[in-house]
Design a protein around this ligand. Structure first.
Ligand SMILES: [Zn+2]
Ligand SMILES: [Zn+2]
Length: 344
């Protein structure tokens, strides 16, 4: 099969022929019809993820059709349209037993713990636990964007963030996950303040329901701007980019007893204003994807048209263009979601 391969961290990846994957007894091989390009792929390529072994194939936001099934798989068969959370759970550890597959103790992640979906085929573990059926009406490109950014934003806003109608929600960083969070929070009845450096990203945020936009390139103190716009601070604030600056601004823009959810990954842990966390009784929460069993309410909102992940897909490229697009994620993450189609 053809795949995007990198031999060394930070050095250009290329498209080449590699052996086809085979399914584990509990796993499947999926023919990849679409796979999203995510900033986490860029972090992996840069060497920020200690679990990656070289050479490596990135890619973890995918949708496609089941090509082959392992002998122990009972709920899926070839031809099924599927997607998968980027955290593939084992289904049997204590966290999985508690329903918290997103923090599984023996998780695998395509594109990190093994070869990912910037390829014509990808192997996925524990298929009966992790595969999510994709309805015929949902395009593969849209379904691919659900697996990491949209589902992560959904869990961050709804489950971890406990958004409520009428609350102020600040979203720092309006790339794929940030724009998803803007849309999800607005659909939940919250009033959203979007913060980004890019006018294009803020235009999209406004289109997806942001009540106010803060242009960070022209604003000295974005936290102060958020506090001013929200009458004292956001109830819920997300760092959807993942940088020391946006993390600190997210925490500093909260009102008393507000909730910060860290969604964007960072190579190094940031300085967090802990005196403010104590004095204002703030909550600091993490969000790590979403388990397959939690997808139905999100998929129902998509089916009903309340959530429009399709609008987040702003470009579609073939596999050959993926290496350059991966490199560009570092300096120009772009607005919206880029989807790679390996068979295009
Ligand atoms: Zn991702
Ligand atoms: Zn587990």
């Amino acid at each position: 099969m053809r795949a995007v391969v990198f031999e060394r961290f930070g050095e250009p990846a290329g498209v080449r022929e590699v052996p086809d994957p085979a399914p584990a007894p509990h796993g499947v091989v999926v023919r990849v019809e679409a796979t999203g390009l995510c900033r986490s792929d860029w972090h992996g390529w840069q060497g920020h993820d200690p679990g990656i072994e070289l050479p490596h194939v990135p890619g973890h936001e995918l949708a496609g059709t089941v090509e082959a099934v392992g002998t122990l798989v009972t709920r899926h068969r070839p031809g099924d349209r599927v997607t998968v959370p980027f955290v593939c759970a084992c289904g049997s550890c204590a966290s999985c037993a508690a329903g918290d597959q997103q923090v599984c103790e023996r998780q695998t992640q395509p594109g990190f713990t093994h070869w990912g979906s910037f390829a014509e085929y990808v192997a996925l573990d524990h298929a009966d636990v992790n595969l999510v059926a994709v309805a015929d009406e949902l395009s593969f490109g849209t379904a691919a964007s659900l697996g990491c950014r949209f589902a992560t934003a959904f869990r961050a806003v709804v489950a971890q963030g406990r958004v409520a109608p009428g609350e102020w929600v600040a979203v720092h960083g309006c790339g794929g996950v940030g724009l998803s969070a803007v849309m999800i929070a607005a659909a939940a009845g919250a009033r959203v303040v979007a913060v980004d450096l890019s006018p294009r990203a803020l235009d999209l945020a406004r289109r997806f329901g942001a009540a106010h936009c803060v242009d960070a390139s022209r604003t000295g103190d974005t936290a102060e701007a958020v506090r001013d716009l929200t009458g004292g601070g956001a109830h819920l604030s997300l760092d959807a980019l993942g940088s020391p600056v946006t993390c600190a601004a997210s925490v500093a823009g909260l009102r008393r007893r507000g909730r910060h959810v860290q969604v964007g990954l960072m190579p190094e842990d940031p300085k967090v204003p802990m005196s403010r966390v104590i004095g204002l009784e703030l909550e600091l929460l993490g969000s790590h994807g979403m388990p397959a069993h939690a997808y139905p309410p999100m998929l129902e909102s998509v089916r009903a048209g309340l959530l429009r992940p399709d609008l987040l897909v702003t470009s579609t490229i073939p596999l050959a263009a993926a290496p350059a697009a991966l490199e560009a994620m570092g300096t120009a993450p772009g607005a919206g979601v880029t989807v790679v189609e390996p068979w295009a």
